[in-house]
Design a protein around this ligand. Structure first.
Ligand SMILES: [Fe+2]
Ligand SMILES: [Fe+2]
Length: 216
């Protein structure tokens, strides 16, 4: 591994761990207190978010093409093939819960607006968004799996997450591989890490928006 990829991997792992340690949604899973309503609301947003990913990757591909950056455009083209149909995982999870889903929550809309802006305006930073979302899914998914039985859940019940824990280990390596080219300068890499910090805050707000607290 190059120094650049080690630097990015360490940053994304550190930021992931901070979200895991501070998120009320993750705390609810750890305590065995995740309600069915929270799970349905979360999966409904995840279905919408996964459905947004192909349009965003296409936007990033077009932005790269406009700049004449074939390397990045080709990378995005490969990503389309890898990500297509993943929203169906969430749809199947919802079906098993007898839920059809709902309109996306304001926190999910804010997170996707952030991703879309990067895809449209700074496609190399959209690679950073992919590193974040895929690495966080792997790290959080793996840490949470021992707590699922305490919530009467199996990994198969949340296939939208746990299928990604499998696919995204490889995807993160691919993302970091191309990021090495765009973020080899320390200053630009620091800008990317700060962008990932912003993505992590929106992600935590999104997760925590699904915690339904029962106030009597
Ligand atoms: Fe995916
Ligand atoms: Fe992926």
């Amino acid at each position: 591994m190059s120094a650049v990829s080690i630097d990015l991997t360490q940053a994304v792992n550190r930021i992931s761990q901070r979200v895991i340690d501070n998120s009320a949604f993750i705390q609810a899973i750890r305590s065995g207190l995740l309600s069915k309503e929270s799970l349905k609301s979360y999966l409904s947003d995840i279905k919408w978010i996964l459905g947004e990913s192909i349009p965003h990757i296409k936007s990033a591909r077009e932005a790269a093409n406009r700049r004449g950056d074939l390397r990045l455009a080709n990378f995005m083209e490969e990503k389309i093939a890898e990500e297509i149909g993943h929203d169906l995982w969430a749809e199947n999870d919802l079906k098993r819960l007898n839920s059809t889903g709902k309109e996306p929550s304001p926190a999910a809309v804010r997170l996707m607006k952030f991703a879309r802006n990067a895809a449209l305006e700074r496609p190399e930073f959209f690679v950073g968004y992919m590193i974040w979302s895929e690495a966080f899914t792997v790290v959080a998914g793996e840490q949470m799996s021992p707590y699922l039985p305490g919530n009467s859940l199996k990994t198969d019940d949340i296939s939208a997450v746990y299928n990604h824990v499998e696919t995204d280990k490889r995807h993160v390596q691919e993302d970091i591989g191309i990021a090495e080219f765009y973020f080899s300068e320390k200053e630009k890499r620091e800008e990317l890490i700060s962008f990932i910090e912003d993505a992590s805050k929106l992600t935590q707000a999104f997760l925590d928006s699904h915690v339904v607290t029962d106030r009597k």
